[in-house]
Ligand binder design. Structure first.
Ligand code: CAA
Length: 379
């Protein structure tokens, strides 16, 4: 855990925080209110090498380790959660390539990702959410090609990303063991996108269905081995649920900072509301929960880097814990601001709406508890 205290992580935090405050925060309310893609954030992150910093240096990336990637996502989420999905989704889409891609796939797709082409992840379907292995999208072999048909739902940054890791059944008689992973390109014939979902929060990040109408994929689009896709999808989530925890820590930290400042500015009964113990205890609880969530998230990131045996537990635990903390903290932040918290004069109501999604995506917090329970023996 020495890495937690290495000065370069704090230097990175300071660089990202300053970039996010200057170039991302000023657009966050507009992005939310107009449900528009955060183009300013996308450009700022790409220009600074932070949109997919996890890509290894040999492919033109920054080679950011899991902890550095967490810090990047956390600092962006402090100001704009939707923008923090840019690095998070790019990591989610491309971890399968890092884990299972051959050298030609890594060279092609990771290099393009480092240059700014986005990468999404297509696992969920309308009838296969928590029960991901129940997917109906299928890929059928035709000569050396595969022909992909079906649809995926709730796909973050769909339509924006150039590449998609798609899980599909290649042998429905084998259930989870008959699922394989493919790389699909936006330019492939037969891929199309649904209308953006009208969401409660994360309005700047487009969420769409992705349709595959007989998409013909050459053999070199298969990622890893046939039938190993579900395990690859789960391994991927082990590494990336930590980024959702990071997002949650950032959202909570942003809301806490606003509530603390407001508590000192707002006067009632002749004194700062901070001077009332009822408010002080709320702020103390927020700070305590955030500190615990942050440490658990960083511990999981270090385990991700070292691929430790208890990573699955820690990844689920930090995602579950930090996102519940984000929900509690943002709800209390709205409470501290009272009526001002409930209107969009301040960002805390947006942060509360954003926090809610973190308890749902990349596996609901009920599924995280199931994953933890199944991995208790690794502790
Ligand atoms: N690593 C490697 N292999 C794993 C694994 C892991 N962490 N977890 C499971 N597997 C393997 C198992 O070993 C098993 O193989 P064997 O039979 O050879 O042992 C196989 O996968 C099937 O595993 P299970 O029997 O545990 O599968 P299950 O059907 O019971 O489902 C589940 C497990 C945990 C519930 C899984 O379906 C799940 O995680 N569901 C939630 C899906 C999810 O998180 N979706 C998020 C979508 S992405 C998203 O939301 C992104 C976004 O927008 C930003």
């Amino acid at each position: 855990m020495d890495a937690l205290f290495a000065p370069e992580y704090e230097e990175l935090r300071s660089v990202v925080s300053s970039l996010a405050e200057k170039q991302i925060a000023p657009h966050a309310a507009d992005v939310d209110q107009n449900s528009r893609y955060p183009i300013e954030a996308a450009k700022a992150l790409q220009d600074a090498g932070l949109a997919a910093a996890h890509v290894p240096v040999e492919y033109g990336g920054q080679g950011a380790d899991a902890l550095a990637t967490v810090i990047i996502i956390e600092e962006v989420a402090r100001f704009c959660a939707a923008s923090s999905l840019i690095p998070a989704v790019n990591k989610l889409g491309s971890v399968p390539v890092l884990l299972a891609g051959n050298s030609a796939q890594k060279q092609k797709y990771l290099t393009a990702l480092a240059k700014g082409q986005g990468f999404s992840y297509c696992l969920s379907e309308s009838e296969a959410g928590s029960d991901a292995a129940a997917m109906k999208t299928k890929a059928v072999k035709d000569g050396s090609d595969w022909v992909l048909s079906g649809s995926k739902k709730w796909i973050s940054n769909a339509g924006i990303s150039d590449f998609y890791t798609v899980l599909a059944s290649t042998d429905s008689s084998k259930g989870a063991k008959g699922i394989s992973a493919f790389i699909v390109e936006k330019s492939d014939s037969g891929i199309s996108f649904g209308a953006p979902e009208k969401k409660m929060g994360f309005k700047g990040s487009p969420t769409r269905e992705v349709y595959f109408d007989q998409v013909r994929l050459p053999a070199d689009r298969l990622l890893g081995t046939e039938g190993a896709g579900f395990s690859l999808a789960m391994q991927t989530l082990d590494h990336t649920r930590i980024t959702i925890a990071a997002q949650a820590v950032g959202i909570a930290q942003g809301a806490f900072e606003i509530a603390k400042k407001y508590a000192h500015e707002r006067k009632q009964f002749g004194k700062e509301i901070f001077d009332f113990q009822a408010v002080q205890f709320m702020l103390a609880n927020m700070a305590m929960q955030i500190a615990a969530a942050r440490q658990l998230t960083y511990a999981a990131a270090v385990k991700s880097e070292r691929a430790e045996a208890d990573l699955t537990f820690y990844s689920a635990a930090c995602k579950c814990f930090a996102t519940d903390v984000a929900m509690n903290v943002t709800t209390d932040a709205v409470q501290v601001l009272g009526g001002y918290g409930y209107v969009n004069d301040y960002p805390v109501e947006r942060m509360m709406r954003d926090a809610k999604l973190t308890q749902i995506y990349e596996g609901t917090n009920q599924i995280q508890r199931l994953v933890m329970a199944r991995n208790l023996e690794t502790l």
